[in-house]
Design a protein around this ligand. Structure first.
Ligand code: PHE
Length: 346
């Protein structure tokens, strides 16, 4: 009988291991542990075993019963975790996927969208130009003469200075402002028009809390009949009112730009300190956000627009500055470090 018990154990364990589904396993359980199963028969047989051997055999049957019950339970566990797996792939298709997280737009992108959105509603078209420009578009056509300091290679990233072409139309550089988009547009189109041109600009500045070698500008240009300085002022005030709110203040300071005459620099009251003076506004209470002015006749001449017929205004604003002002960011570098903890806040 002991030999039969050990054979039964081998057979049963083999069948349990081979069961591929729960109902199959249940059949095995009934076969061995069921009321009329093999083990029940062993117990019955026990009655025929002689007195002194009976407890030993009884223990052996009980042990086998335990072993089989345990191994069925274990197999059951294996089968239920396997149930969710696509067999051929060995992949658990019920496992939750890796959460990629919901991203958001970069604060600079948002600011660009907001600025362009406001101007679009005023009727401006949004135009883009290339980041690699000709020296002609970036400087010459904008009335920036050769001896102007910003022509210095130190202030502009020139491309391939070794093989400097003598032809300015061919000499390439990374645009130092978005104003060359004005030139491209005016060479192509007949007034009247109003455009804004967002994009990256490049200057070899040392990086600090308020400077970066690459930053964004939004250029504005309006050309038509009887366009005057009051139109420029209204447009910019209206922009500031919509973007910064009614409590913001704006001021025009006389300035010089080669491509506008008269020209102004426009400041907005510092939102970080409410005009009291802080690190960001260099204690002045004001922050310069843009340059502007009436299009210089020399620029119109460079693009063959009749100065007797048309006038216009232009402006160029620093996007990071505006984003920093709006959100109280006191270091431009935060915008470029891609620290998720910072970017998540917008
Ligand atoms: N291009 C000028 C700058 O980068 C800004 C500007 C644009 C000023 C248009 C006047 C008119 O500083």
């Amino acid at each position: 009988m002991e030999e039969r018990l050990s054979n039964t154990e081998k057979d049963a364990l083999g069948e349990i291991g081979a069961a591929q589904a729960k109902d199959e396993l249940e059949q095995v359980r009934i076969k061995y542990l069921g009321r009329k199963g093999i083990l029940a028969r062993f117990f019955k047989e026990l009655e025929t075993v002689s007195g002194e051997k009976r407890p030993v055999v009884g223990q052996a049957i009980n042990r086998l019963k335990k072993v089989l019950a345990q191994s069925i339970k274990q197999r059951e566990g294996e089968l239920s975790s396997k149930a969710g797996k696509a067999d051929s792939l060995g992949v658990d298709i019920t496992m939750p996927g890796a959460d990629p997280g919901i991203g958001n737009l970069h604060p600079v992108t948002k600011t660009l969208n907001d600025i362009c959105g406001i101007f679009s509603h005023m009727g401006f078209a949004v135009i883009e130009g290339p980041e690699i420009e000709t020296e002609f578009n970036n400087f010459e056509a904008l009335n920036i003469p050769l001896e102007h300091p910003s022509r210095d290679t130190f202030d502009t990233f020139y491309i391939d200075t070794k093989n400097f072409d003598t032809d300015m139309e061919k000499r390439r550089l990374l645009r130092s402002h978005t104003s060359p988009v004005q030139i491209r547009y005016m060479q192509d189109k007949v007034p009247p028009f109003s455009i804004v041109a967002p994009g990256k600009v490049f200057r070899p500045d040392a990086t600090d809390a308020s400077h970066s070698f690459m930053f964004y500008q939004v250029e504005g240009l309006v050309v038509g009949k009887d366009i005057n300085f009051a139109n420029l002022k209204w447009t910019l005030f209206e922009f500031a009112r919509q973007y910064f709110g009614t409590s913001s203040k704006m001021r025009f300071r006389p300035h010089f730009f080669p491509f506008t005459e008269p020209s102004a620099e426009v400041d907005i009251s510092c939102m970080i300190c409410n005009g009291a003076g802080c690190r960001v506004c260099s204690q002045s209470g004001w922050l310069e956000i843009l340059g502007a002015g009436m299009v210089d006749p020399n620029v119109f001449q460079a693009v063959n627009i009749d100065t007797g017929l048309y006038s216009g205004f232009a402006f160029g604003m620093g996007v990071e500055r505006i984003a920093m002002l709006k959100h109280g960011i006191d270091d431009i570098r935060l915008l470029y470090e891609n620290d998720i903890r910072f970017l998540k806040q917008f």
